[in-house]
Write a protein that binds this ligand. Sequence first.
Ligand code: SF4
Length: 497
Amino acid sequence: MSVRTLQIDNPLVVPDSLGYFRFGELDEWKVLTNDAGEWHALKTEDFHSLLQGKISDEHPEYISLQRKGFIRSDLDLEALADKVRRKKQWMGQGPHLAVVITTLRCNQSCKYCHASRTDMDRVDTDMSLETAKKVVDHAMHSPSPYLNFEFQGGEPTVNMDIIKFIVDYSREKNKYEKKILDHSLVTNMTYMNDENAKWVMDNGILICTSLDGPEQVHNFNRTWQKNSNAYENVLKWIKHFNQCYVDMGRDPELWHVDALMTTTKKSIENWKEIIDLYVELGIRNIHLRPLNPFGFASKTWRAIGYTQQEYLEFYETCLDYILELNQQGVQICEGTASIFLKKMLTPYDPNFVDIRSPVGSGTGQMAYNYDGSIYPSDEGRMVSAMGDEIFRLGTVDDLTMTEAMQHPTVRSLAIASCLDALPQCSDCWNAPYCGVRPLHNYMHTGDLFGQRPNTFKCVEHMGISKILIKRLVEDTDGSVESVFRRWVVDRPRDTNT
Ligand code: SF4
């Protein structure tokens, strides 16, 4: 419920004294938020006083409420508008993420992989040089001043020549385009070799891999060929690359292998071992991610799945342990928390394409399949791999970047993810931090919009925001906030290697 509705219904409210805000319950607190990303937790009796105009300038909460824009008197409207502008400064910039599927071939067969991989003999699913050139030409027409080519698959290194070509060709083009250019490789590491590893290091390619936890978890989730050990392999290469960065004199806080962790039932049972492994390896960021709960046979889901509640309990346990480690001096942050905290604690929004309003599909990212088909995101391509081409925008042969960004499908995705206009989201206190996923909704119910309380992301995002705000509200000595503030510091990395 928004405060505007309350003002009409409640004669006690003094309308002119209140700024515009949303609010919601959190235990004995009421949490107030506004479009500038400001938040404030009030005890229920103080909240009622606020609505009744009884919080005077002598009240201990007054200055903070007024400074954040929740009380209207002496409100600096221009400053508030400026804050809102900064939160949405990425709006209209265009795609900054170009996901390139260099091949669908993959040497692994992970339990949670959707129908977007093929066996190693399917060379017909490799991207050709001709298509790669068109992909670069297309992606570099984005108006965004920053562009990251992210190589995915299948296992992208199976088609290494195309990665090398795209890096060289985009850098050549960039002499004229003058964007800030990054290239990142999302690899399972099991196809890595010395020659390619050297090339990756020499060319400043950012590396992201999957590490699901200790041997029994990783090898259970991420099946490799018989008698091979995917875990040993990924560990070997993480250590190798991290040592190379050190040998090159690069700051390990900025230059290191990023690792993603996908949560299965097995991960939930081994939560502590997973975090301890990340710490032991010196990995600074653990990004906890739930499974995309779509497209599984029920037998597979029974083996690896869990309820939303189980995931949130797992998340909270992990977050508290990570916080405890930080308070003991260990430097490791949780990735999803960092995204939300950046919105809660700083004037900025990290422009993370999956957690923003509107979602980044087609406006913050584009995905290019091996055959040159264009999708608004990699999830759109996955839907296509499941036999439904509803999100295919066209191809690099027949669609310009402008046409792709303005495509009716992209518009529909933007409308279906604009929180200011969605039922329930428009009044939800979590709206300044949240983001919905129309493609998830589509996969789940066949409808882009979905019903908020029944969508996985709504439950997850609300749960995470509540955990974070609760930790901050209960932080009597400031120790939690100082850890959280460390997690949101941006330190620029030298790019355009
Ligand atoms: S998706 Fe759920 S948590 Fe997020 S803004 Fe909408 S109602 Fe709130």
